[in-house]
Design a protein. Structure first.
Lengths: 320, 65
């Protein structure tokens, strides 16, 4: 078996060589009539190869290299890749972490960032019980239907209401934050290159002080992961900032990890269900695929296993 | 009569029994497949899903959600 497969390439090479010889013979005989000398043929081959390689090189020189318009600092430092368990193919979110992350969002980020696409009802059965979510919704007031005088009274929130934004509008948000708009966090994990890794790196990546030689604009903070390195959000997470109800030590990285996982849930609330469905689809399609392979072999068996034999006619029956 | 033959003559010979068999088998298969897959999923994600931690937060064990 081994010997046979080793021999095969040699044979194909032979075939190629024969073909090449045939072609050059034919070309020589049709074009000039007289046999071209090998030296002229060699020169022609070298010249055309040089031309081809040269034009390739020239084309690559013109269009090949990617132009980087900005310096590495303007691109931001590449976020480290962390082994997020919830990013594995068949793993759900860790809902205990989601619950802690929601607590971090509520106690820290919510004073600046809105989470406008998440209603209280989405939290039920994910991070909160119904009663907890109802109680939380009732802490805020929302405009009710107009009364008989056309006035719009306020009513306590319900499960169907969305988590309120910290500011009335973007202008107010900018005004309160030195002109920088804290982006809505509902889809931020999907909206940033690097996703979870980037946001985790951003939240935990503030150095004690900017490196020597870096100028930071007034009101800005140095963060190597933020494109441009000057970010309007100061470091917000410090060890022990929140007190987790499940007793997890609230270190900076623990809080960052939890809030990032929570924001990933906010951006992809369907993930658990989607992955479960994906697993079922993979199982069902691989079973069907195996079945189809079996059926094919079954149906082709007679063709693949037949034997062709040459049965020469008997000597006496050959016509001369 | 072999098993295959008896299956054929009782279930697949008449068109309406064949249809009924196919529908019922599809129904049963779906239920079995889904519940097996859900069990595998839940054991692969033990402790991570809300239903695994919910009991810590509901008060008095009332089962309204």
């Amino acid at each position: 078996m081994l010997a046979r497969s080793c021999l095969r390439p040699a044979r194909t090479l032979n075939g190629l060589r024969n073909a090449a010889v045939n072609v050059s013979k034919r070309a020589a005989s049709t074009s000039s009539g007289a046999e071209a000398s090998p030296a002229r043929l060699n020169i022609a081959a070298i010249a055309s190869t040089t031309l081809a390689a040269g034009s390739l090189a020239w084309y690559y020189h013109l269009y090949g290299p990617v132009a980087f318009a900005s310096a590495p600092a303007e691109e931001g430092l590449h976020a480290t890749h962390y082994p997020w368990v919830h990013e594995q193919f068949f793993k759900t979110f860790d809902h205990q972490a989601l619950r802690r992350g929601f607590q971090v969002y509520r106690e820290v980020c919510a004073s600046c960032h809105s989470l406008s696409r998440v209603p209280y009802r989405a939290l039920v059965g994910t991070v909160l019980t119904v009663d907890e979510a109802k109680a939380l919704a009732e802490e805020n007031e929302y405009p009710d239907e107009p009364d008989e005088q056309g006035e719009i009274p306020m009513r306590p929130g319900k499960l169907a209401d969305y988590i309120p934004a910290p500011y009335k509008n973007d202008e107010a948000a900018r005004f309160a934050n030195n002109g920088a708009l804290p982006p809505d966090l509902s889809l931020i994990v999907k909206a940033r290159h690097g996703g979870c890794d980037y946001i985790f790196s951003l939240l935990t990546g503030y150095p004690e002080e900017p490196p020597a030689g870096v100028t930071v604009a007034p009101g800005m903070n140095f963060n190597p992961y933020f494109p441009g390195t000057g970010i309007a959000m100061a470091r917000v997470l410090y060890d022990g900032l929140v007190e987790y109800e499940d007793g997890t030590p609230a270190s900076t990285s623990q809080m960052a990890k939890d809030v990032v996982e929570f924001l990933n849930w906010a951006a992809e609330p369907e993930m658990d269900e989607r992955k479960k469905m994906g697993m079922k689809v993979l199982v069902a399609t691989s079973a069907l695929w195996a079945l189809s392979v079996w059926v094919k072999r079954y149906k082709w068996a007679w063709l693949k296993s037949r034997k062709l034999a040459y049965d020469p006619p008997a000597e006496t029956k050959v016509r001369r | 009569m072999s098993l295959a033959n008896s299956i054929y003559s009782t279930l697949f010979r008449k068109n309406y029994t064949m249809l009924a068999t196919v529908f019922a088998a599809g129904f049963a298969w779906e239920i079995g497949f889904n519940s097996t897959m859900d069990k595998i999923w839940d054991s692969n994600n033990r402790g991570r899903q809300w239903k695994d931690i919910r009991h810590k937060y509901v008060e008095g064990g009332d089962d309204e959600e």
